[in-house]
Design a protein around this ligand. Structure first.
Ligand SMILES: [Zn+2]
Length: 276
């Protein structure tokens, strides 16, 4: 249902309040966790796209028009936001209406040592978090087609994106990725060509790989059986980046697949259109 909004651009045309007369703007709709594809009639050799106080990747279309992608973070406050297109000579604006995601509640029970952490474990968790944050910020010089993403494995979604999680009854941060259950050893196929930004064993996430694909698109793969790719390596589309395992905090073999786009935590379904 959420995918109905993904890459959807709606429809309601209203006259731009600011910008050059005659340039019309659209109102776009999304839910929390979507990547939204937007377009403008603004032309020119260089056009930039702004929303949520930052710039977003753009691509030139035939006849000199432009499109762009905006990522709506899973916790972006619902409401109306301005979109601004800026070229050397002109400006245009639009609106993005963000609606709440329909996120499930998920409860898991794990061994006490994986739910209540001593000082040493907390230090590891913090170090892992810092390493991930650093990896997510690394720029990769590539220009992927963000609308052409295949899922890395096929399987059953055991914990969906955005789930409000309770571990042993205690509330935790919302699930920033999607858990896909599959037999241990199932090959994980890299959906787009990209650079390995991190390949490490982590306390909660187990063996974890982060790939950067360019245009601010980054994906994280966790609980892998082994680590056999190295930081800095370039991995082609369709190549195996690891196998499904249950390392770290996992109640069974599964892949945790997370998508970040320009810093926003994105629902993987928004990229694949539920193509699992
Ligand atoms: Zn997960």
């Amino acid at each position: 249902m959420k995918a109905a909004y993904s890459f959807a651009w709606v429809l309601i045309v209203f006259n731009a309040v600011c910008g050059v007369q005659g340039v019309r703007a659209h109102e776009w709709h999304a839910v929390q966790g979507d990547i939204v594809r937007v377009e403008t009639k603004l032309a020119g050799p260089h056009v930039s796209l702004w929303c949520f106080g930052k710039s977003w990747p753009v691509r030139m279309l035939p006849k000199g028009r432009w499109m762009g992608w905006i990522g709506v973070d899973m916790e972006q406050k619902p409401g109306n936001y301005h979109i601004h297109w800026i070229s050397e000579a002109q400006r245009a604006s639009g609106q993005l209406q963000v609606n709440p995601g329909h996120f499930r509640i998920s409860r898991i029970t794990v061994e006490k040592k994986m739910a209540v952490f001593d000082a040493k474990a907390l230090a590891r968790i913090r170090a892992d978090h810092a390493a991930l944050k650093k990896a997510y910020g690394i720029k990769v010089d590539a220009l992927p087609d963000i609308s052409m993403v295949k899922p890395p494995i096929h399987g059953v979604v055991s914990t969906p994106f955005g789930a409000r999680r309770y571990v042993n009854g205690e509330p935790r941060s919302p699930h920033s990725g999607m858990d896909i259950a599959a037999p241990e050893g199932t090959p994980i196929v890299n959906p787009l060509a990209g650079r390995v930004l991190l390949a490490e064993s982590m306390f909660l996430n187990g063996n974890t790989v982060v790939l950067g694909y360019g245009r601010g698109l980054v994906m994280v793969y966790s609980h892998l059986k082994d680590l056999h790719i190295h930081q800095g390596a370039w991995i082609g589309a369709g190549k195996t980046l690891g196998e499904v395992g249950q390392t770290g905090r996992a109640t069974g073999p599964h892949l945790h697949w997370g998508v970040r786009f320009n810093g926003a935590r994105i629902n993987p379904d928004s990229l694949t259109g539920h193509a699992r």
